[in-house]
Design a protein around this ligand. Sequence first.
Ligand code: 4AD
Ligand code: MG
Length: 460
Amino acid sequence: MKRTKIVKLLKTGRAVDRVLIKGWVRTRRDSKGFSFIEVNDGSCLKNMQVIADQHLSNSKDIKKLSTGSAVAITGTMVESRGGGQKWEIQADTIKIISLAPDNYPLQKKRHTDEFLRTIAHLRPRTNKYGAAFRIRSELAFAVHKFFRDRGFKYIHSPIITGSDCEGAGELFRVTTFDLLNVPVKEGGADFTHDFFGTEANLTVSGQLAAEMFALSLGDVYTFGPTFRAENSNTRRHAAEFWMVEPEMAFCDLQGNMDLGEEMIKYLSTYIMQESAEDLELFARFVDKQLMSTLDNIASSEFIRLPYVEAVDILNKSKRTFEYDIAFGKELQSEHERYLTERHFKKPVIIYDYPREIKPFYMRLNDDNTTVAAMDVLVPSIGEIIGGSQREERLDVLEARMDETGLPKDDYWWYLDARRYGTVEHSGFGLGFERLLMLVTGITNIRDVIPFPRTPKSIDF
Ligand code: 4AD
Ligand code: MG
């Protein structure tokens, strides 16, 4: 007999004669003549209640079933006579696949997120993390659907690269050198002897590759892991995270902001519709405001505000911030949160940032002091999207690279795109984990990645 997933059984909405389910025991309760076993198979939040009659041939062993044990059950799904669940299975057979010992770490009680991080290999077996990672899966699918429905092509940008897209130097080096015996030449390591014959690193962004393909296929996107050796131990930074990066030819900053706003609204709406049951757990136990936050995001028009005006609002706010804010300074998380949570109470897109705090590829505005950058900020997270219109003028781009000290020779191919058929184009990067934090209300990035990588932490 073929196994049926619990999620599918619960959707049938009628009694089903002969079924086979396989899963893990959440709890067992014995009463006169019966045992009640709650079984979860990970396909949905709900458990299936299984009734084990004392006349089953192995009923003695069934009474030993402990939390975490694995079972295969055949029987009939009928309407439940007890409260608490609509359906239950009257078992014909209960096969014990494996018994979990009493020291199974996930006994039925609430555990802290901190504790569960130390057993990240088991935490997806809890209700909360099972739900979080089902939502992660749904949302990844929704990203692809969003783009495919709009005619975007999916590009696999390289993971190992020779360039630093953001020019911020937060690179993880990739090498096959024996670190105790590195070939040297004057001034340092001799990378001509390394695997690629030159310095290599893990990508910090797929943007440069996406630009080449946007200037060939029109509208494209990448969606993959990116790596940053930022030594910041915050609740919204990870060393390995996933980024969604659309890139559009014949598109200016306005069109770029439109897409960012449309995408966040689409994904919030999608997950409210498709993952309602899992989301409800977060609305009940993690963030009581979650549904109203998501409704607000899905239905309100995002504020669009030039950077200078944002600085002005912050300075007039009469709030004392830990970091001063003035033209030319980075917005810190506290500033972003003030704007989205206190001042506007909804998502805010800030654009036209000072050139000196943004990377070389952003298009210089006519004022010569700002670039056509845009960041989307959302309540409780802050920056969720960073993007820009790209500098498509060869001479301006070269001047910007000189200014920021980037070796033009290494980027010859990137400059080629400006030599041959250059057009205005734009794109952005959306942090996938930050999106997950937004839709679940989870406040630490470590809790939306299966096995998080952060400074001094690479277990599992
Ligand atoms: O603003 P960022 O650095 O932009 C870029 O990388 C551009 N090249 C993207 C592009 O235009 N194609 O990063 C984009 C987003 C941020 O807004 C944030 O959501 C997320 O990526 N992000 C991180 N998420 C988790 N951990 C980190 N260390 C992150 N750094 C950036
Ligand atoms: Mg950014």
